[in-house]
Design a protein around this ligand. Sequence first.
Ligand code: HXC
Length: 291
Amino acid sequence: MAGYLAKASTNLLRKNISTYTALLRFSSSDTKQYENIIVEKRAENGCVGLIQLNRPKALNSLCDALMREVNEALDTFEQDESVGCVVLTGNERAFAAGADIKEMQNNTFVGCLKGNFLGHWSEIAQKKKPIIAAVNGFALGGGCELAMMCDIIYAGDNAQFGQPEILLGTIPGAGGTQRLPKFVGKSLAMEMVLTGNRFDAQTALTAGLVSKVVSKELLVDEAIKTAEKISKNSQLVVALAKEAVNIAYETTLAEGLHFEKKLFHATFATEDRKEGMTAFVEKRKANFTNN
Ligand code: HXC
C-alpha cells in the first residue's frame, strides 16, 4: 500500500511538473516583437514556439502584414535548435476569420496576377518543424485554410470551421478546395465550399479535420503539452516523419510507400536512431542530440 501511494504521489508530481513546464514562459527578450502576432517560447527549456495571432478587433483576419510576420516567426523557429515544435493559435473568439476582406475588396484580376496575391501563404506548409494549430472560435476561409496548412489541429469546444468565400462571390484560394476534401471527404467539403455553412468542433472531430476537442480554456496548454512531447524526440527524425506523412497527400500509395522506405532507411544514418534503439535495449530514456 505504502509503495502504491508513493508511486501515485510520484505520478501526480510528474503530472504537475509536466503541466507546469507546459505553461512556462520565456522572457520576451528571447523573441522578436511584432505588430500583428505575439511570439513566445514555452515549456521546458523553451522547446515550444508559440505564435498567437493578435488582431482581435478584426477577429484575427489575415492581412498581408500578419501573414508575413507568421512566416518570419516560423522561419526564426526553424533556425532555433532549442525549438522542436510550434503552436499557432488565436484568441478565444477567433483563430482567424479569414483573409482580410477590407484589404482585398478593391483588388483586380491583373493586380492579383502581377503581385501573385497571397502566393506566399503556401510557404507555411513547407516548414520542416511540426506546427500544431490550436483553434478556438472562428476558423473561416483563410483561417480554416491556415489551420489545414498545420500538421495537427486541436479544436476548442467553441470552434467553428467554414469556407464562406462563396458568400463573398469568390472561392477558397489557399487550399480549401484541395486539402479539405482530402481531410474530411468530398461530401462535407463540397457542402462547406458550396453553402458557406459553418461546422462545429464535434463535427470537425467526427470528420477527421481535428484530432482532439478540448475546452476552450485548456486548449493552448493541451497543444503545448503535445508540442513539448514532440520536441523531446529527435528533431531530425521528426522532420523525416512529417515529410513522410505529408507525401501521402501528394502521391500514389506505391510511390508513397517507396518514399517512406527510403526515409526509414535514412534514419539508420543518424546518431539519434542508434541512441533510440540503444536506450531501449539498455532500459533507459533516450538522449537525442539531433544528429
Ligand atoms: C476583415 C473582418 C473579417 C475579415 C471580421 N472582420 N472578419 N475584417 N476581414 N475576414 C471584422 C468586421 O468587419 C468587424 O470590424 C469585426 O471584425 C468584428 O466582426 P463582426 O462581423 O462585427 O462580428 P460578428 O457579428 O460576431 O460576426 C463574426 C463573423 C463575421 C461571422 C466571423 O465577421 C464574418 O462573417 N466575417 C467574414 C468571414 C469570411 O467571410 N471569411 C472569409 C474571407 S475570404 P468592424 O470594424 O466593422 O467592427 C478568405 C479567402 C482566403 O478568407 C483566400 C486565401 C488565399
